[in-house]
Write a protein that binds this ligand. Structure first.
Ligand SMILES: *[C@@H]1O[C@H](CO)[C@@H](O)[C@H](O)[C@H]1NC(C)=O
Ligand SMILES: *[C@@H]1O[C@H](CO)[C@@H](O)[C@H](O)[C@H]1NC(C)=O
Ligand SMILES: *[C@@H]1O[C@H](CO)[C@@H](O)[C@H](O)[C@H]1NC(C)=O
Ligand SMILES: *[C@@H]1O[C@H](CO)[C@@H](O)[C@H](O)[C@H]1NC(C)=O
Length: 419
């Protein structure tokens, strides 16, 4: 028992790197390591043959309880120093919420999260001295999955694990860390030129089916994937072809009517939870560019939209929209708005929608199912709080498959100019 070694993960390596940074924290860390080790050395090398009065005294009386008291004091000291070191290590890495000192963290995750000093020092315009990689703070809650996600061979092929990534996103780990591996790429044979691509079938072999229950389009089309997509992958025979251009009930608005309300100023739009991209396709035919937000929940939505020559955006609704204020002329949402949870959650989402919509732009709420009257009231109150002009507002009832009546809200609202 000559000395005590301090286990701080691979803190040694990081410590070396840290000396370059020459921060006060590093000096403190050095001091802490030295004092802790000296203290420990002293405690464990002290023995009766030492000539200090104190030790002789102890040896003489064989006062075991005093010795053990001292030892436990030292151990407490070591323990608290270790905690301090772990804290400093976290501060150095800059990720308070993700504990990178845990043993099972892949090096690649540490590499990604490591702060990078700007090569030319402080940027004069932004005042930034280092770059910080972004990753969702909730990734910490799914650290095992995240570790699994970041275990791959650098420069090699990525594991076929997009569904693992999506699981992380759905658990709030968004954005995901970047990876240095080649994502699986499926040959996209038979893609058609635009605008034929909008409605023509292509071989289903070009979609990614791994991690999805269905393995072909026929299977997808036999299912109600969500409220806004039942048979939405059937571009030939199904109802999909009629959406937005034919009405089924008073809650359905025609695209041309809505565009007329925008008096020609609708050039871009954002479709939230846009299924297989049919809204974007119909808008594209009218020279309006739509970005469709979608995840691949139970179906290859993103691949499918892309194959139609449209713009899928792989994003959960918990993520702040990656657009600057007033970016869009139109926002279209159907039951994607039904995000559940506390009322504040819907409020945060509505404020973000409001933010990316320009003044005079249109918010199209399309057949939103209000499962009960209370829900309708809450949503109505929330919408009214924004002071939009109600260009269309229809509350309709429909009998569902189970024979129960359901209340649907459809509306086209115009964002006011606020000063
Ligand atoms: C040891 O300490 C005691 C009490 O502090 C003192 O009286 C004594 O002289 C010391 N002996 C030696 C050898 O230093
Ligand atoms: C050992 O040390 C403790 C604390 O200083 C004291 O209370 C106790 O009487 C000592 N015992 C002996 C046997 O000297
Ligand atoms: C289009 O795809 C669907 C589903 O895979 C299939 O049933 C249908 O026969 C295809 N239509 C054409 C014209 O290829
Ligand atoms: C869309 O743009 C093209 C090319 O500018 C034009 O020929 C076509 O008439 C436009 N379509 C509509 C519906 O405005």
């Amino acid at each position: 028992m000559g000395s005590v070694s301090l286990k701080i993960g691979d803190g040694t390596a990081r410590f070396k790197r840290a000396t370059f940074c020459s921060s006060a924290v590093n000096l403190l860390m050095l001091f802490s390591v030295i004092t802790t080790n000296l203290f420990a050395l002293y405690a464990f090398t002290s023995s009766p043959k030492d000539h200090t009065n104190h030790s002789l005294h102890l040896a003489h009386h064989k006062n075991i309880s005093l010795i053990s008291e001292q030892v436990s004091l030292i151990l407490r000291e070591i323990d608290s120093s270790q905690k301090k070191l772990t804290q400093m290590e976290k501060e150095l890495l800059g990720y308070e919420s993700i504990d990178l000192s845990q043993p099972n963290i892949p090096t690649e995750l540490k590499n990604f999260l490591q702060h990078h000093q700007l090569p030319l020092g402080k940027d004069s315009r932004t005042g930034i001295t280092e770059m910080v990689a972004s990753v969702g703070h909730s990734c910490e809650r799914s650290l095992d999955l995240l570790a699994q996600y970041m275990k791959y061979k650098v420069n090699g092929p990525c594991p076929d694990d997009w569904s693992l990534g999506q699981r992380l996103i759905l658990q709030g780990c968004e954005p995901l860390p970047r990876r240095r591996c080649f994502a699986k790429s499926i040959p996209k044979v038979g893609l058609l030129p635009y605008p034929n691509s909008l409605w023509k079938n292509v071989s289903e072999k070009i979609y990614s089916w791994s991690g999805i229950g269905c393995k072909n389009l026929a299977c997808l089309n036999s299912k109600k994937l969500n409220r806004d997509c039942s048979g939405c992958f059937d571009l030939v025979n199904g109802y999909e072809k009629e959406r937005f251009v034919k009405v089924r009930g008073k809650n359905d608005f025609l695209i041309d009517d809505v565009l007329a309300l925008g008096s020609g100023g609708t050039r871009t739009g954002f479709d939230i939870g846009g299924g297989s991209g049919t809204f974007a396709a119909r808008m594209a035919e009218r020279n309006v560019t739509i970005v469709t937000a979608t995840l691949n929940v139970d179906a290859p939505f993103s691949d499918f939209i892309a194959a139609r020559g449209l713009f899928p955006m792989y994003l959960s609704l918990n993520h702040r929209f990656p657009f600057y204020d007033s970016a869009f002329d139109l926002v279209h949402v159907a039951n994607g708005l039904d995000i559940g949870g506390r009322p504040e959650i819907l409020e945060f989402l509505m404020f973000d929608i409001d933010r990316i919509l320009r003044a005079g732009g249109l918010f199209w709420l399309d057949n939103f199912l209000c499962t009960n009257d209370e829900k309708k009231k809450v949503l109505t109150r929330l919408i009214e709080q924004f002071g939009y002009k109600k260009l269309k507002w229809i509350v309709g009832e429909r009998i569902n498959g189970g024979g129960n009546s359901e209340v649907y809200l459809s509306a086209v609202l115009q964002k006011p100019v606020r000063v």
